[in-house]
Design a protein around this ligand. Structure first.
Ligand code: 218
Length: 188
């Protein structure tokens, strides 16, 4: 494929992945703010396929779609910038592991591929929920149960949501790498 065409393919995939992640954001938050972020699954998988540039772009678009669709919880401007822009962009950080990950995959070393992708997923989810934690104790502290410190409250809420999110992403990787590993490799 010419470089223009492959760039266009990458951008089309970016838009589709961001839209799919946003659709997953409509799964009801059955456990309030403890609910995991299911859209993290496609965005992390995509970042591992296309690298950090398109991965962070997909995350950014996913975050911006919340504004268009009226799904933003607004407490302050700085809070919204942290929680709907910085955090969602962070999901693309998994793409920084895409080179060693794809190298392992192309050599059919699925164990190594799972290790690198898990590191990438952990990096992305950790950075994202670190910022939710920071926003949590600054802006959401008044929602803490009586007598609980905002730091502990935010850590328990965002630590749980982050861990659950990471479990779903790693589960998806563990299923897809051995069975559908080709989806991570871009045809040249
Ligand atoms: C303690 C606490 N409660 C709520 C929030 C807000 N928050 C948490 C996770 C994810 C998102 C983005 C939308 O899915 C938001 C706004 C928080 N940070 N801390």
């Amino acid at each position: 494929m010419s470089s223009k065409n492959s760039q266009l393919s990458a951008l089309i995939e970016t838009a589709l992945v961001a839209a799919f992640a946003m659709a997953l954001s409509y799964i009801p938050d059955f456990a309030s703010w403890f609910t995991p972020s299911f859209g993290a699954v496609p965005v992390v998988l995509f970042a591992l396929r296309r690298g950090p540039k398109y991965g962070t772009l997909a995350g950014l678009i996913w975050g911006l779609l919340h504004f268009i669709l009226g799904k933003v919880w607004y407490l302050a401007l700085s809070q919204v910038i942290i929680e709907y822009i910085i955090t969602f962009i962070s999901m693309g950080l998994a793409g920084f592991l895409s080179a060693p990950f794809q190298n392992a995959l192309s050599k059919d070393n699925k164990g190594r591929a799972l290790i690198y992708s898990t590191i990438g997923a952990t990096l992305a989810v950790f950075v994202r929920y670190f910022w939710h934690y920071v926003a949590g104790f600054i802006f959401w502290g008044s929602y803490a149960p009586k007598g609980m410190s905002p730091y502990l409250y935010s850590l328990s809420v965002n630590g749980t949501a982050g861990l659950l999110t990471l479990v779903f992403v790693i589960l998806a990787l563990a299923i897809i790498i051995p069975t559908q590993g080709k989806i991570f490799l871009v045809k040249k």
